[in-house]
Design a protein around this ligand. Structure first.
Ligand code: DGL
Length: 286
C-alpha cells in the first residue's frame, strides 16, 4: 500500500449499471478525482447468483481494475459488498470500501424507535451482511429484512411512477411498516431511484441511501490517508463538466454494451453522459 498516489484514479465496481448511482455521489463529493467504473454488464445480475460465483466474478473485476493503478476500490454493489468485501480487502493492495458499512452506520445513527428495515437483492438479504453490520454497531436494534427481486427490473424498465410499482412496493414493505420500522436501508444500487415512490406511500419512513453514505466514507478515507485530490489541483483533464466545479475524469467500462445500456446510463448517472467503453471478459480474466 505504500505506493498509493493521490494522482491515481479511484476504481468503482458494480455488477452492472446500478452502481452509477454510487458513482454519481462520488463525482459530486470528490470533484477533483479521476474515476474508472467497471460494470460487469455481460454477467449482471449478481443478485440471484451463488456466493462462490459472486466472489469469482468480483476477484476478476477487481484484478482488472488494478491495471489502472487505482488508489482505492469502491465496491458500488450491495451484493458484492455482502459476499466479497472482506476477502477483497485482504487480497488487494489498495483500500477497499463497500456500501454496507456506510449504510449500516447511517441507519443506526438515524433510527429513533430502534426498529429498522433493510431491502436488497435475494443474495444480499440471504447473506445477512447488513444485519450483522447493524448488530455489530448496535445490538439492541430490531431488524426486518426483505428480498425484493422484482424491483431491479421494474427500475430498469423506467417504471418509477407506475401504479404497478406502488403495488409491488406495498407487497414488499407493508409487513415491515406494520412492524413500525422508522428507517429503511435501500440496500441495492438501484433503489435510490424509488425514493419518491416509497415516500409517496410511506411518508414517515426515513430512507437511508447507501450511495450518499458511501461517498462520505470514501472522502473521509482519502483524507485520512492523505490521498485526496482537490478539484483545484487536478487540472481540466476530462471535460466532465458538472455544476460542482468537477475537473476530474470518468471512464465507464462495461463487459457488454447494448442500446438499452446507454439508456440505463442516462437513468442512473446524474452527471453529463460519458461514452461507454467495452472490454472483453476474456481479456479481464487473462
Ligand atoms: N448492483 C446490485 C446490488 O446492489 C443489483 C443488481 C444485481 O443483482 O447485480 O445488489
Amino acid at each position: 500500500m505504500s505506493e498509493l498516489k493521490p494522482s491515481s484514479p479511484i476504481g468503482v465496481f458494480d455488477s452492472g449499471m446500478g452502481g452509477l448511482t454510487v458513482l454519481s455521489e462520488l463525482v459530486s463529493a470528490l470533484p477533483g478525482e479521476d474515476f474508472v467504473y467497471l460494470g460487469d454488464t455481460a454477467r449482471v445480475p449478481y443478485g440471484s447468483r451463488s456466493p462462490g460465483t459472486i466472489l469469482r466474478y468480483s476477484r476478476e473485476v477487481s484484478e482488472y481494475l488494478l491495471r489502472f493503478d487505482i488508489k482505492l476500490l469502491v465496491i458500488a454493489c450491495n451484493t458484492v459488498s455482502a459476499h466479497a468485501e472482506s476477502i477483497l480487502r485482504e487480497e488487494l493492495p489498495c483500500p477497499v470500501i463497500g456500501v454496507i458499512h456506510p449504510g449500516a452506520r447511517a441507519v443506526v445513527a438515524q433510527s429513533r424507535t430502534g426498529r429498522v428495515g433493510v431491502i436488497g437483492t435475494r443474495s444480499t438479504i440471504k447473506s445477512g451482511a447488513y444485519e450483522r453490520e447493524i448488530r455489530r454497531l448496535n445490538s439492541d436494534l430490531s431488524i426486518f429484512s426483505k428480498a425484493c427481486p422484482l424491483l431491479v427490473p421494474v427500475i430498469e424498465e423506467g417504471w418509477m411512477d407506475k401504479k404497478v410499482t406502488g403495488q409491488i412496493l406495498q407487497e414488499y414493505l407493508s409487513e415491515m411498516v406494520r412492524e413500525d420500522v422508522d428507517s429503511l436501508v435501500l440496500g441495492c444500487t438501484h433503489y435510490p431511484l424509488l425514493k419518491k415512490a416509497i415516500k409517496d406511500q410511506y411518508p414517515e419512513l426515513k430512507l437511508i441511501d447507501s450511495s450518499v453514505e458511501t461517498a462520505r466514507a470514501v472522502k473521509q478515507q482519502l483524507e485520512e490517508r492523505e490521498l485526496l485530490r482537490e478539484a483545484s489541483e487536478s487540472g481540466p483533464t476530462s471535460g466532465l463538466k458538472t455544476d460542482n466545479g468537477n475537473r476530474g475524469s470518468v471512464r465507464i467500462l462495461l463487459t457488454d454494451i447494448t442500446d438499452h445500456i446507454e439508456s440505463l446510463e442516462r437513468l442512473f448517472f446524474r452527471h453529463p453522459f460519458q461514452s461507454l467503453e467495452e472490454i472483453q471478459i476474456d481479456d479481464m480474466t487473462r
